[in-house]
Design a protein around this ligand. Structure first.
Ligand SMILES: *Cc1c(COP(=O)(O)O)cnc(C)c1O
Length: 419
């Protein structure tokens, strides 16, 4: 390389600072400056109702007072120790989360919690745990462990996780891919059963596929997958990173079908919209295959994360966020079905305070609809093609929700008139 090769390229001629941010996102044209509850304010002072809620990372709204207070209090105590040393909130956080979520898994009251930071790390942790359990406990031959996953999945962005994605954008150009995964059609329990053999250590699925457009599987899917995994001594891992912690109207979405997974991955809302906090929760005998030195994270379970995580568990322990998601969800879905009946939307899916909306592609893309909503003071995000996702904060008031839905109706009416 010559000196010329490293000379910086010229900045814009008008003197504005050159863009230094990598282009791995295409955000809507809004620059947020402050936020509170269900509302954000941009740099020009315009207010927007947030109907995305950080893809469910903001289930309790922006800057929930109890969560901010817990974080502020912890900022004055200790924020990071690394796992080389213990700290006084690490075990309390694990106990609180195990008490909330453990009984909803086959791990029951004796469940363990393994804290990480991002969702992808929790999924990686679950995969590593399942593989090691497969070799150490189930007796799978070395190097042969397989994990069955669903088509249309979204579990994160690491090289291993995109290896079993079937979204070309997420996957193409990032090979060589990690082997050991079998992708079967999501929602088809027979396909899961057929994909399981003696090498299978786990079935990893989203209870409801968020990124795919809030796809709810058939009612017998989870019960049947639970049955076949139990019969074949295969771990059932539910990725509840987006669906869990109240969004679906229950603490875990898998409760909808009365199913207890062996392991669950949590993230997003677990950090209260303040810090990244994720975890794997479930069977003690399974998580115990990880011993000192086999897995870890510098930031996983840090004091600030634990302080916020404990406060999040406290909110969920009251059952209030789940109840709001259920009750407001009834209104929400009735109103959205009305938009389908009125011919303004092709389809609506979802449960709790969570919905995927399909617009007639002839009327515009999901992006077009999100821009029309933005112009009416509402934030939402498209997924693929003409699908958008709504996930209001579970703390949203009925009035604010109605404001958002009216804006949606107006935006859809305009799109229908324009095309
Ligand atoms: C967001 C998400 C992830 C990844 O979480 P990150 O914190 O972005 O790494 C994994 N699984 C599901 C279901 C998700 O929605």
């Amino acid at each position: 390389m010559t000196a010329q090769d490293v000379r910086p390229v010229a900045g814009p001629a008008d003197g504005t600072p050159r863009d230094a941010l990598a282009h791995n996102y295409h955000p809507l044209p809004v620059t947020v400056a402050t936020a509170e509850g269900s509302w954000v304010t941009d740099v020009e002072g315009r207010r927007y109702l947030d109907l995305l809620a950080g893809y469910s990372a903001l289930n309790f709204g922006h800057r929930h007072p109890a969560l901010v207070e817990a974080a502020m209090r912890q900022l004055g105590r200790v924020t990071l120790t690394s796992r080389a040393f213990d700290h006084d909130l690490l075990h309390p956080f694990a106990r609180a989360l195990a008490a909330l979520v453990g009984p909803l898994t086959t791990g029951g009251d004796a469940s363990l919690v393994l804290p990480m930071n991002t969702g992808a790390e929790a999924v990686e942790t679950a995969i590593k745990t399942a593989r090691k359990w497969g070799y150490d406990v189930k007796g799978v031959r070395p190097g042969e462990a397989t994990v069955v996953v669903g088509s249309g999945n979204f579990h994160g962005r690491t090289t291993t996780i995109v290896s079993f994605s079937d979204d070309p954008d997420a996957r193409r150009g990032f090979d060589p891919y990690t082997p050991g995964f079998r992708v079967v059609p999501y929602g088809d329990a027979d396909a899961v059963a057929a994909a399981i053999d003696d090498t299978t250590v786990a079935v990893l699925l989203e209870p409801v596929q968020g990124e795919s457009g809030v796809v709810v599987p058939p009612a017998d899917y989870w019960p049947r997958v639970r049955e076949v995994t139990a019969a074949r001594d295969v771990l059932l891992v539910a990725d509840e990173i987006q669906s869990g912690l109240g969004r679906a109207g229950t603490t875990l979405a898998t409760e909808t079908w009365g199913v207890r997974p062996d392991l669950v991955t949590l993230g997003k809302a677990l950090g209260g919209g303040i810090v990244p906090v994720s975890a794997v929760v479930g069977r003690r005998d399974v998580l115990e295959v990880l011993t000192p030195g086999t897995h870890g994270s510098t930031f996983g379970g840090n004091p600030l994360a634990c302080a916020v995580g404990i406060a999040v568990v406290e909110l969920l322990r009251t059952g209030e966020p789940q109840r709001r998601a259920r009750e407001l969800g009834v209104l929400f879905h009735a109103r959205l079905r009305g938009l389908v009946d009125a011919g303004l939307l092709d389809a609506v899916r979802g449960l709790g305070l969570w919905a995927g909306l399909d617009l007639d592609p002839a009327r515009g893309t999901g992006r077009d609809l999100c821009e029309a909503l933005l112009a009416r003071g509402v934030l939402a995000k498209d997924t693929h093609g003409s699908t958008i996702r709504l996930a209001p904060p579970l703390t949203v008031s009925a009035e604010d929700l109605e404001t958002g839905l009216s804006a949606l109706e107006n935006a859809l009416t305009d799109l229908a008139r324009d095309r």
